[in-house]
Design a protein around this ligand. Structure first.
Ligand code: FCB
Length: 449
């Protein structure tokens, strides 16, 4: 490339999409652990109608996606809708998901379907006539999840070839059982590792069940992977904290899938059925953490994390724009599992006025392109997210959509990033003109002259 002009092309057949999750977009989900969490006042806002997909607005949003050049979409199935009680299946709910999948097919979009994205039916997590109240702490979860997966896959397999078993099992286990911000709000590292082990067993069971029903399906999970650096490279304590945290947050699933043994800060655990249980790896990448030793935080095993001074921070300081991190993450996957197909199952930034998103998007995709040019097997990119949606404990304070959402009117607001992403998807590449038009401030970084 000379004079800083040109186009970075992606391989033919590259999947370009966005990602969503049931509880964040559907609205009126009243039968899961997150609605109970909202009722208990543990979230900034309630999900309410969300983006009203259950009311049918997925149609207009799928139109938006298709019209702007996207050829794929990732969404999730709400377990509490499909199986509202242990002994009932809601066939109408399954039919709605089939309609959504037909909707993608009609728009020539490939479906990537997640079977578990943070939410559990109340009967799984609450004490009652059926539930033990132990959710993923109990070994009973594994056959229960397998049964649900069998039902869903059987009903939807006609339209779906790509499955995500579980979204961010590490975030589920750590946020719910160490940090306490997710239900059930516990702070017990040992218990979190028990939950992680059950998530792994359930993933392995789902992997096998899906292949039994659909031998050619491609099955994986979505890993929230955080690259980490010690704040002071020369400090042994910062390096130690970085390593402990890195292994604790990132490595449980990958280690078990590589070796059949789950690595954990409170001891390793043999889960032989997890070995090799993936056809691709889903990468959710958002940012890189700087880690240091902090004597005041015994609860966090004396570690703390943040972003470097002067970082390009997001709206609510939740994320820093560190695009090289996505390249490093892909490189780590490639080194760990040579030639394994990779999907970027999530990447994005909260940015209500869209001042940062265009450069975040362009710079990250530039790094994905660099990875693709090493022949690393990245097959697609799913931006988080299509339209603003309910951001868990942070409610509606964080706006991750390409389209904004006016909650009072359900009106969608077209942010400039919509058009940038549309140009990228349609071109199957990033051109110097696009960068000049949408984020000239990083032109030199992407197209050095
Ligand atoms: C990920 C979650 C997704 C969304 C984004 C911003 O951790 O998988 O549901 O909340 O963060």
């Amino acid at each position: 490339m000379t004079n800083g002009q040109g186009t970075y092309h992606f391989p033919k057949g590259f999947l370009w999409g966005t990602a969503t999750a049931s509880h964040q977009v559907e609205g009126n989900n009243l039968n899961n652990n997150w609605s109970a969490w909202e009722e208990a006042g543990r979230t900034v806002h309630k999900s309410g109608l969300a983006a009203d997909w259950w009311g049918g607005r997925w149609r207009e949003d799928f139109d938006r996606a298709a019209e702007t050049g996207q050829n794929a979409h990732r969404f999730s199935i709400e377990w509490s809708r499909v199986q509202p009680t242990p002994d009932t299946w809601d066939e109408d709910a399954l039919e709605k998901y089939r309609a959504m999948l037909r909707g993608l097919q009609e728009r020539k979009m490939t479906a990537l379907v997640t079977l578990h994205h943070f939410t559990d039916p109340l009967w799984i997590t609450e004490k009652g006539s059926h539930g033990s109240g132990q959710g993923w702490e109990s070994d009973e979860i594994v056959p229960a999840f397998e049964k649900y997966v069998r039902k869903v896959v059987d009903a939807l397999k006609e339209y779906v070839n790509l499955w995500v078993t579980i979204n961010e099992p590490n975030v589920y286990a750590l946020s719910g059982y160490v940090v306490g911000a997710f239900p059930p709000g516990k702070k017990d590292l040992k218990l979190s590792m028990k939950v992680m082990a059950n998530l792994l067993r359930a993933h392995a069971a789902a992997y096998r069940t899906i292949h039994e029903l659909q031998p050619l399906a491609r099955v994986g999970y979505a890993l929230h992977y955080r690259p980490m650096v010690p704040r002071l490279k020369w400090s042994p304590l910062d390096r130690l904290m970085r390593n402990i945290r890195y292994n604790g947050i990132n490595m449980a699933f990958p280690s078990a899938i590589s070796t059949g043994v789950m690595k954990s800060p409170v001891g390793n655990q043999s889960i032989p059925e997890a070995k090799g249980a993936q056809d691709y790896l889903g990468l959710n990448y958002y940012s890189v953490d700087t880690v240091w030793f902090d004597i005041t935080r015994p609860g966090e095993l004396f570690s703390n994390s943040g972003y470097p001074k002067g970082a390009d921070l997001s709206d609510t300081n939740f994320l820093a724009n560190i695009p090289e991190g996505i390249f490093d993450s892909i490189k780590w996957i490639e080194r760990t599992y040579p030639n394994l197909p990779i999907l970027i199952t999530e990447n994005g930034v909260e940015d209500s006025d869209d001042h940062l998103r265009p450069r975040y998007l362009a710079q990250h995709l530039h790094q994905v392109w660099r990875a693709v040019n090493f022949n690393w097997q990245v097959k697609g990119y799913f931006h988080w997210s299509l339209v603003d949606n309910f951001e868990w404990e942070r409610g509606w304070t964080q706006r991750f959509g390409l389209w904004g959402l006016d909650l009072d009117t359900q009106k969608r607001i077209r942010r400039p990033s919509v058009d940038l992403y549309a140009e990228i998807c349609k071109e199957n590449g990033i051109s110097s003109e696009m960068i000049q038009k949408y984020c000239p401030e990083v032109f030199e970084k992407i197209f050095p002259g």
